[in-house]
Design a protein around this ligand. Sequence first.
Ligand SMILES: *Cc1c(COP(=O)(O)O)cnc(C)c1O
Length: 393
Amino acid sequence: MPDSPTHRTAAAALDAALADLDARSLRRTRRVLDSPQGAHVRIGARTLVNFSSNDYLGLANDRRLRDAAHAAIDRYGFGAGASPLVSGNLRPHAQAEERFAAFVGAPRALLFASGYAANLGILAALGGRDGEVFSDALNHACLVDGARLARGKVSVYPHGDVDALGELLAASAATRKIVASDAVFSMDGDIAPVAALVRLCERHDAWLVLDDAHGIGVLGAHGRGTLDHLGVRSERIVCMATLGKALGGYGAFVTGPARVVEWLVQRARTYIYSTALPPAVAAVASAAIELLESDGAIVDRLHARIAAFRRACAEEALGLSTSETAIHPLIVGAAETALAMSRALEDGGFLVPAIRPPTVPEGTSRLRVSLSAAHTSEEVRSLAAALARCRTR
Ligand SMILES: *Cc1c(COP(=O)(O)O)cnc(C)c1O
């Protein structure tokens, strides 16, 4: 390509923007793990206790899931070879959908390639130019992007503020209304006021799109998710549950009323125009659901670790915000503080990520501790002690 003056300016702008990220402690770097994901990970020569993954049940490297993948590869090969509506919908995909719908007690489930793709697909398919999406201020990026793809108005309400949301809904003249919210907020670990959201959606004839990425496998009986935990059911709810976190695999299910799921099959572009997941990935999803159904102890183990961590943090007077989920942020403010603490923890053998803007609002940089059923109680207690040490320094 000829090096035009315009291109040189564009390149220089990128170099300057990258240098600016460096200057503000906001440049992200990737680590390379030399081991499977798990409670302990190897990075080069070092083994660290891992408090940075969303593998909340320690299933990412579970033998039963690996066996399911191997068996499915032997029977169905690897690639799906086509999008689901053409010929990429194989028996393992159909089985996984039925199994998940039965697991959470939903009329129907649809298997998307990822949670990100699912949320884009749902919001774009349910929305329209005459629609309005009402979005919690702390929603995950894929709900934010999905709201834009819905092509209508987007109204952001303050985090968890149902009164403000009620006023926005009442003032809206849109013909199709959608309220979108994380069920468990990914950087804070708090739970959305789902029952109140449902009441508002019923009053204003709106859909409630919930993102249960961090609730599935963590909350509710056998990890059935936030809706089970809260005892909320409604024909208004369309719920996305990713397979990439507690369920140890990849992909995502969307559940909801049969007519909504059928509409997504017809209109969700990220479902229709993308190759279906490898059938082995769907088989792993079925195996993970089977495991949760048959083994209630694994979710109980996670909650025992959560309780032990919270007790230890209270003893160290760390002042964590309340969270009954696997996510426990320690908000420190400045990006460079979070980064320095994360490095100190790593020197001590703990992998705890520093979460900085734009992932979280300016001035709320934090260490995000995520707990797993695969940690020992000793490990979570020693992390609390290490957090207290590096906080005082
Ligand atoms: C991780 C995450 C997603 C994306 O799910 P993937 O299956 O990883 O694409 C969506 N929403 C929230 C809240 C998440 O944390």
